[in-house]
Ligand binder design. Structure first.
Ligand SMILES: Cc1ncc(COP(=O)(O)O)c(C=O)c1O
Length: 322
């Protein structure tokens, strides 16, 4: 029996119309689901996953959360916050080398008091391996680590988005045609696929985190559905791999345009790593005629704004009009 999720997220998160963005685009009819408002040290999609992951950690008698990601990982920041809420320790395996003063999410990791392990890892798979390495180290000190994969993309984590799909169904008076969401580790997309009923399609926009989303998302969706006794997701999995430009964390002109347009039309902040690229995908699909004024599209805002205050993004966002 799986333990019940812990109450870590503010939910339900609101759904808001994006009428001024809809006008700018000339259709489709746009809505936004505000999972940037989940709380837990500035919000984001990981709060829902952590409700299930932390419940499992406590049920297993663990006293330390271990996870990892890039220095600007939202998942790391929110895992550190969840650990503090629950009185657990948190160790973070960080990709790359420690350089310069901390900004954005990394600054918040410091404020939250997480134990930081710069690992020099360069690829997705190296980070996964370094999480195991840090967990071994924690174990060798006599503590009981609970290792969470990058992005919380396990079946347990994805259960948070089965809950979210149910929440959405209770909020909408009529189903939307499409949901658009950023695909990093793929867990959010997989959980939504496992949890949604009806004909709503999901477009995942690959932000360049991992190379195997086409296999991983359907696999994880099927395993998550099986874990909840739900039928295997029926529809073909749609992932747009054309929007991440030079790679993870490297914004494209279209991403910078999306951030500015959404801020200036709707007063809504996106981020340069995930939601800016996902919105660039949505805008691209509208411009290419794949979303038309006959469609309703819900943009699933997954958070990430702390990265606006990090590294080179300030320069990119303030120079030129993109
Ligand atoms: C702000 C934000 N949006 C989207 C994602 C992607 O979610 P997932 O890893 O579930 O694909 C992440 C994390 O990776 C994130 O931090």
């Amino acid at each position: 029996m799986r333990p019940a999720p812990l109450p870590l997220a503010q939910r339900p998160t609101p759904i808001e119309p994006l009428d001024r963005l809809t006008d700018w685009l000339g259709g489709p009819r746009l809505l936004v689901k505000r999972d940037d408002q989940t709380g837990l040290a500035l919000g984001g999609n990981k709060a829902r996953k952590l409700e299930h992951l932390c419940a499992e950690a406590l049920a297993l008698g663990c006293d330390t959360l271990v996870t990892g990601g890039g220095p600007q990982s939202n998942h790391c920041r929110m895992t550190a916050a969840a650990a503090n809420r629950l009185g657990l320790q948190c160790h973070l395996a960080l990709a790359g080398e420690a350089t310069g003063p901390p900004t954005g999410n990394l600054l918040l990791d410091h404020v939250l008091g997480a134990h930081l392990h710069p690992t020099g890892a360069r690829s997705y798979y190296e980070i996964e391996a370094s999480i195991e390495g840090v967990a071994d180290h924690v174990r060798s000190t006599g503590r009981r680590p609970y290792a969470i994969p990058v992005g919380g993309a396990s079946v347990t984590g994805a259960l948070g988005y089965v809950d979210a799909a149910r929440e959405l169904a209770g909020q909408l008076t009529e189903p939307v045609d499409w949901i658009v969401v950023a695909d990093g580790s793929g867990g959010t997309h997989a959980g939504l696929l496992a949890g949604l009923d009806g004909d709503t399609r999901i477009l995942g926009v690959d932000v360049g985190t991992r190379p195997d989303l086409d296999q991983r998302v359907p696999e994880l969706a099927e395993a998550t559905a099986a874990a909840t006794g739900r039928p295997a997701p029926g529809s073909e999995v749609a992932i747009d791999h054309t929007r991440f430009g030079a790679g993870y964390g490297k914004p494209t002109p279209e991403c910078l345009e999306a951030i500015r347009v959404v801020a200036r039309r709707e007063g809504l902040l996106l981020d340069p790593v995930y939601t800016g690229k996902a919105m660039a995908g949505l805008i691209g699909w509208a411009r290419e005629g794949r979303f038309t004024d006959r469609h309703s599209v819900l943009f699933w805002h997954t958070g990430g704004a702390p990265a606006l205050f990090a590294g080179p993004f300030a320069d990119w966002l303030t120079n030129g009009e993109g």
